[in-house]
Design a protein around this ligand. Structure first.
Ligand SMILES: Nc1ncnc2c1ncn2[C@@H]1O[C@H](COP(=O)(O)OP(=O)(O)OP(=O)(O)O)[C@@H](O)[C@H]1O
Ligand SMILES: [Mg+2]
Length: 331
């Protein structure tokens, strides 16, 4: 019973109307218990109800029953270097996939919480986050990430984070099967989404390891400059290590995405050529490149995707093209 919620809280958590849950509790479609003058319900039961009876409002969680069940493609957006466009790519690729009718869940797995903030949530206001899900998993080994899922204004669902995720570094360090926690948390959600994109932090550690164990594919955003290639090499080594160690034998590189490209300068053109020369033979490089544009920071400040902030601009075109490449599976 300890994980049961009042219906009002469940309605808020899952983004559905309270009346709808109340009616379902009354007529028995939703297994809820009456305690005093309120109904209590288990989150898993709300998920089952939404799956079986469809969902009319976001989040997408629960729509699996309406389609043939397909497990989500889980993609980690990762490279151990700061400011290469990981968060921007997670957000805008997610929005572009959603625009194509895909059900998308974004996971903010970076304690900086940039993705959470770019989508208009204040980490300090959040009761349930990626961190609280890890914490409760380490205590009772029940995967309860669904509690943290929020619908957003850009057509995707989000698991937000707060700076407390930093604490998970230490807490996971002493946990059994510490690299498998995110994988376990995502497992019950995979049937509800077509894509789960994980935004990661810019250095390798137990959080990124969790993302690399949970994912099937890695998307590596690379700022078009010489020095950044070293971090891509490091990332590729890490992916090899995941495969060889058996931590994730099937992990593959979805592709390297060149970001913040400024083709007007020779130095950038050379950096792009250099990247293609160094990595082109080893791993896929997306034909699409993302140009540098002030519209990106502007769109994030106004909690929008580039697709709605500047729908006809180069940035929106690039992320739509990237989504098409990801969907086709060709890089
Ligand atoms: N194509 C672009 N053109 C111009 N600015 C961009 C572009 N892509 C991202 N930015 C901006 O660059 C900054 C860094 O981008 P972003 O936060 O996506 O990088 P990151 O890899 O997630 O960084 P961190 O490693 O700190 O998590 C942000 O202010 C973002 O708005
Ligand atoms: Mg980031």
């Amino acid at each position: 019973m300890h994980d049961h919620l009042p219906l009002k809280d469940a309605a808020q958590q899952f983004g559905v109307k309270l009346d709808r849950l109340r009616r379902a509790a009354w007529d028995g479609r939703l297994a809820a218990r009456r305690v005093g003058n309120q109904w209590l319900v288990a989150p898993a039961e709300v998920l089952r109800f939404l799956r079986d009876h469809g969902r009319r409002t976001e989040p997408h969680l629960g729509t699996a029953g309406q389609r043939e069940t397909v497990m989500a493609r889980i993609i980690a957006v990762a490279v151990p270097k700061g400011g290469t466009g990981k968060t921007t790519t997670t957000l805008n690729l997610g929005a572009a996939l959603a625009e194509q009718g895909q059900r998308v869940l974004l996971i903010d797995f970076d304690p900086q919480g940039n993705l959470t903030q770019a989508l208009g949530l204040r980490p300090s206001d959040l009761e349930h986050t990626a961190y609280t899900a890890i914490k409760s998993f380490l205590t009772c080994f029940e995967p309860q990430l669904a509690l943290a899922i929020r619908p957003t204004g850009i057509g995707v669902d989000l698991v937000p984070t707060s700076a407390r995720l930093n604490l998970a570094n230490d807490e996971l360090a002493v946990a059994i099967q510490r690299e498998f926690v995110l994988q376990k948390l995502l497992a019950p959600l995979a049937a509800h989404y077509d894509f789960i994109l994980i935004d990661t932090l810019p250095y390798l550690g137990v959080l990124v390891l969790n993302a690399l164990v949970a994912a099937q594919e890695v998307l590596i955003p690379l700022q078009a400059e010489y020095l950044a290639t070293e971090s891509v090499a490091l990332m590729l080594d890490q992916i090899q290590l995941m495969r060889r160690s058996g931590l994730n034998a099937g992990l593959s590189v979805l592709g390297i995405l060149l970001t913040m490209v400024d083709q007007r300068t020779i130095i950038h053109r050379e950096a792009v050529e250099y990247t293609r020369k160094v990595f082109g033979g080893q791993v896929p490089i997306f034909p699409t490149m993302v140009k540098r544009s002030v519209r990106f920071p502007e769109s994030q400040a106004s909690h929008q995707s580039i697709l709605t902030y500047d729908p006809d601009g180069d940035g929106a075109r690039a992320y739509r093209a990237l989504a098409a490449e990801v969907l086709r599976g060709t890089t």
